[in-house]
Design a protein around this ligand. Structure first.
Ligand SMILES: Cc1cc2nc3c(=O)[nH]c(=O)nc-3n(C[C@H](O)[C@H](O)[C@H](O)COP(=O)(O)O)c2cc1C
Length: 210
């Protein structure tokens, strides 16, 4: 079942501009990605859900004209924290306390230790680490989209600085790392729709160490 979904989905090149993904399906996708695990549970990213047509047109331009951003109905922009700070880690600590009956000494120690490891490191190292966490959520979002029979194209082919500017992300301490347009495939006009999957052979991809 899971593998059927993974075979059904593909990096859609041509989406049908007449179709809109219903909000309940978008919500299901967002709810799933919210549950993605992250290192130390920090969830060091935010997701912009862009439906505005003019803004999607600007984003498409900043994505080398990729049409899925305008032909789809939603663009998920994964924006990772630009750095780890004491305030951000304290926020995670407090959320943990709220969900699990208070900030115990053990919880406090855990997050103080985490601050010691992360805060003050090179900001770009921290951004890259945060971006890796966003990619885990991207994977979950792609699978959730397939479950909803919604097409989705993961994309790194865009100018992150332009995305940040269009969406005002730097002021929020965020930087775009990856995007996911959502929509419906235009099966008649997408050259990729029936193409067989290209995946490395199992004996090359997997090494068993027994
Ligand atoms: C992180 C990431 C970035 C990608 N960037 C783009 C992109 O900018 N434009 C695009 O059309 N496809 C992009 N792809 C799609 C890949 O080329 C595609 O997923 C891969 O060839 C496997 O094919 P499939 O997804 O159709 O199974 C990207 C995929 C990933 C996972």
């Amino acid at each position: 079942m899971l593998n059927d979904l993974l075979n059904w989905r593909y990096a859609t090149k041509k989406m049908d501009p007449t179709k809109t993904v219903p909000e309940e399906k978008v919500t299901a996708i967002l709810d799933a990605l919210r549950l993605a695990p992250t290192s130390s549970g920090t969830q060091p990213f935010e997701v912009m859900v862009v439906t505005n047509k003019d803004i999607r047109a600007k984003l498409s331009e900043a994505a080398f004209g990729q049409q899925q951003l305008v032909d789809g109905s939603h663009v998920l922009v994964f924006a990772a924290w630009d750095d780890y700070t004491d305030e951000r880690i304290d926020m995670v600590r407090d959320e943990t306390g709220n969900a699990r009956g208070g900030v115990t000494d053990q919880v406090r120690d855990y997050y103080e230790n985490l601050k010691g490891m992360l805060v003050g490191r090179d900001a770009d190292v921290n951004f890259q680490h945060a971006a890796k966490q966003a990619y885990i959520a991207l994977g979950v979002a792609m699978l959730a989209a397939a479950e909803q029979e919604v097409d989705a194209t993961p994309m790194e082919g865009f100018d992150p600085a332009k995305f940040d500017e269009i969406l005002g992300l730097r002021e929020k301490g965020l930087k775009t790392c990856v995007i996911l347009p959502l929509g419906y495939r235009d099966a008649e006009n997408d050259w990729l729709v029936d193409a067989p999957k290209v995946r490395r052979n199992r004996d090359i991809l997997f090494t068993r160490i027994d």
